[in-house]
Design a protein around this ligand. Structure first.
Ligand code: G1P
Length: 290
């Protein structure tokens, strides 16, 4: 097995965010905050905490706000300090120093597979993690999901699909695995169907995390338009010689969905010392009213 150190992560962020209109007209959906942190910061922090050195963010021309957010801005830091906000100055300084961040443009919206193919040069001949912004995954008591997939790659030496079982009524929303051997948390993938309308091959759903080996790029090059008229990563994955899925540990929020987004805000608020008591009291009051 030709195992290489996993140093890079790819975060696709070129999508239009139509599910969050009108907020996303003129604003990057990745900048929508969970309390006071834009969602993309959670993904970059996940990558860094998993030991990633370079984060490649796929953007479009409309997503300049993301570049501005991660850029160093010493003038603004000095301004905040002069106004007595050293704490905020430190926060924005730390964000700009989190990781090496590079940007790749996807000028046409042709799907997730096409987005990943746009990173071929930036990734090179190395394994890499893919972190999808709509899936916010938290594991309070152990390694985060990206780290779990990296370790699964070190063990198996193949691309690894992050999966969990979803309710049978929800399989139509995801890439669904046709399982072969199941060994603890490892599931051999012998087939996959993108968003099956009926007869899903299992309830194991791809939930926004992938560890990909660089041979995926050759498969993506020959992948034609699939489900939803898009070039699907799922279709390229099924062309790989060998693929394992890993049933990761963690709670997932579908923050591309309005209810999932609100749930994340409530749960994250209840985890923060500065506001949790206020939020809890507020929810209790609402409970009495309804
Ligand atoms: C994408 C993938 C799908 C996966 C999902 C996870 O779909 O194509 O296989 O299950 O992300 O969130 P999307 O939700 O971007 O349409």
């Amino acid at each position: 097995m030709n195992i290489k150190k996993v140093r890079k992560a790819v975060i696709p962020a070129a999508g239009l965010g139509t599910r969050f209109l009108p907020a996303t007209k003129g604003m990057a959906k990745e900048m929508l905050p969970i309390v006071d942190k834009p969602t993309i910061l959670y993904q970059v922090e996940e990558a860094v905490n998993a030991g990633i050195e370079e984060v490649i963010i796929i953007i479009s021309k409309e997503k300049k706000a993301i570049i501005d957010f991660f850029a160093k801005d010493e003038e603004y830091e000095r301004y905040l300090i002069s106004k007595g906000h050293k704490d905020f100055a430190d926060v924005i300084k730390n964000i700009s120093e989190l990781a090496k961040i590079t940007y790749v443009y996807q000028d046409e919206q042709k799907g997730l597979g096409h987005a990943i193919l746009c990173t071929k040069e930036a990734v090179g001949d190395e394994p890499f993690v893919v972190i999808l912004g709509d899936d916010l995954i938290i594991n309070k008591n152990g390694d985060n999901v990206s780290k779990q997939l990296i370790d699964a790659y070190y063990k198996m030496g193949t691309s690894i699909l992050g999966v969990q079982e979803v309710d049978a009524s929800l399989t139509y929303k995801y890439g669904i695995v046709k399982p072969g051997i199941i060994d603890g948390r490892y599931i051999e993938v012998i087939g996959m169907v993108e968003k099956p309308k009926d007869n899903p091959p299992s309830r194991y759903a791809a939930l926004g995390r992938y560890l990909l080996t660089p041979d995926i790029f050759d498969k993506l090059k020959v992948t034609t338009y699939g489900a939803g008229g898009e070039i699907q990563l799922t279709d390229a994955l099924t062309k790989l010689d060998k693929l394992w899925a890993y049933n990761f540990i963690g709670s997932r929020y579908d923050i591309g969905d309005k209810f999932g987004y609100v749930k994340a805000i409530i749960d994250f608020s209840l985890d923060r010392d500065d506001i949790k008591d206020l939020v809890y009291e507020h929810i209790k009051t609402k409970n009495k009213i309804y």
